[in-house]
Design a binder for this molecule. Structure first.
Ligand code: ATP
Ligand code: MG
Length: 394
């Protein structure tokens, strides 16, 4: 492979269009209080195991809707010997100027901690936002973590979550719609478990599921088409080409049937299947069962049957195609790449760095050894992390 043939770094490309210029984490996991000034170059967090590198990526990931890259409960990320509250604040540089964003929870009582607090506060330029969904309107964050090395090997739910995060990049309301669908789904399951036979009550909940479910599936197939286009258009990438497909009844039906008809058919199916679903203890049809199917085109093999490194490379290829697409729309995502460098051979590592620099987006990477980032040299901003503190920057 010709390692010098990566995407050229555009001279004078300037700073990433969307980027964090300041990050402050308070009482967050291993951090009492840490403030980072970020200059727009890709960021490398370097330090030994347990130093606090992933904690910083997790803090950044909470600047988007949901529970962040570890999927942790909000009370859990509070520093063990702190008061129980935590905060992540940042300055986001945008086309129209800086925006101050912040999120966190107030100190909680033991009782609250044990039941798990469900929501966190979000502030945008000092004003309270109604939910973390507001963050999706401002910035897009995509991550790859070592836990995702098993993405193609485990159940569909993680793949679905991964894909839905990509959808959210194009359609900030997607997360809200997924939540609305899942709320209705839980309600239906509860009614069936309680043997509620009030057909109008169940019918109302199923109406909600059908309406939100079709909207969710429609957003997914729209993103699928965009991503396929971006993957096909990527001629100058060192990452393997992925053939991606969605396996889901609504997603398939929307390909050749008007949305209103798909919605009606789904509503009828839910009504018909109440007995079966009550017996199963859960709803067996719907977009909450959707799966993302990925094939390695060159190897003509399903991703789950590829080598660990090939699976990782496929994932990176998909994430980069997505990033390229968003960058073209003037909305580059932030990339959080946990321990990515360690998994790649030298040629692929350089290729990844070149693509990140070429795309002019802000990437945050972690590694235990500074050598992993040596080829980036001064093109990256490096922070040394040790025992929950940022020791030195280069
Ligand atoms: N709520 C918490 N309060 C205090 N410390 C915590 C909390 N949660 C996690 N930690 C600690 O944070 C430390 C750093 O974790 P982190 O996952 O960021 O390390 P890392 O630098 O990514 O290490 P590795 O290279 O092994 O991935 C760990 O020692 C962990 O025990
Ligand atoms: Mg880590």
């Amino acid at each position: 492979m010709d390692v010098d043939r990566g995407v050229p770094v555009m001279a004078g490309a300037g700073l990433p269009r969307t980027r964090l210029s300041r990050l402050v984490v308070t009482d967050f996991r291993s951090y009492v209080r840490t403030e980072l000034a970020l200059d727009g170059r890709p960021v490398a967090f370097v330090g030994e195991n347990g130093a606090g590198k992933t904690n910083l990526l997790e803090a950044i990931s909470l600047l988007s809707p949901g529970r962040g890259l570890r999927g942790a409960a909000y009370a859990e990320v509070a520093r063990d010997s702190g008061a129980g509250g935590w905060a992540v604040a940042a300055t986001l540089e945008t086309e129209t100027g800086p925006v101050r964003i912040g999120t966190g929870i107030e100190p909680v009582t033991e009782a609250q901690r044990s039941v798990g607090i469900r929501s966190r506060a979000v502030r945008i330029d000092g004003a309270a936002a109604s939910s973390s969904g507001a963050l999706a309107q401002l910035l897009r964050i995509v991550w790859l973590t070592p836990a995702m090395d098993r993405l193609f090997l485990e159940g569909a739910s993680e793949r679905r979550r991964f894909f839905d995060r990509l959808v959210m990049g194009f359609d900030p309301s997607h997360g809200t719609r997924v939540n609305a669908y899942e709320r209705a789904l839980r309600e239906r399951n509860r009614l069936l478990a309680d043997e509620v036979i009030d057909a109008s009550w169940l019918g109302g909940v199923e109406d909600q599921m059908a309406e939100h479910g079709v909207a969710v599936a429609a957003a997914r197939i729209e993103t699928l088409a965009r991503l396929r286009g971006a993957i096909d258009a990527a001629s100058d990438t060192h990452f393997p080409r992925a053939a991606i497909a969605l396996e889901g009844e609504l997603e398939a039906a929307l390909g050749n049937t008007p949305a209103v008809d798909v919605e009606e058919a789904f509503r009828k199916r839910l009504a018909q299947m109440r007995g079966r679903d009550a017996a199963a203890g859960r709803t067996l049809d719907g977009p909450h069962r959707m799966d993302l199917i990925v094939r390695h085109v060159a190897k003509d093999r399903e991703a789950r049957l590829c080598s660990t490194g090939e699976q990782k490379a496929l994932l990176i290829g998909i994430v980069l195609a997505n990033a390229r697409l968003l960058a073209t729309r003037g909305e580059p995502p932030l990339l959080l790449l946990d321990e990515i460098a360690a998994h790649l051979d030298e040629a692929r590592r350089r290729a990844l760095f070149d693509e990140i620099l070429g795309l002019n987006l802000q990437a945050f990477m972690t590694g235990t050894d500074p050598v992993l980032f040596a080829s980036l040299g001064a093109r990256a901003q490096t922070f040394r992390i040790a025992r929950g503190a940022v020791l030195q920057t280069a």
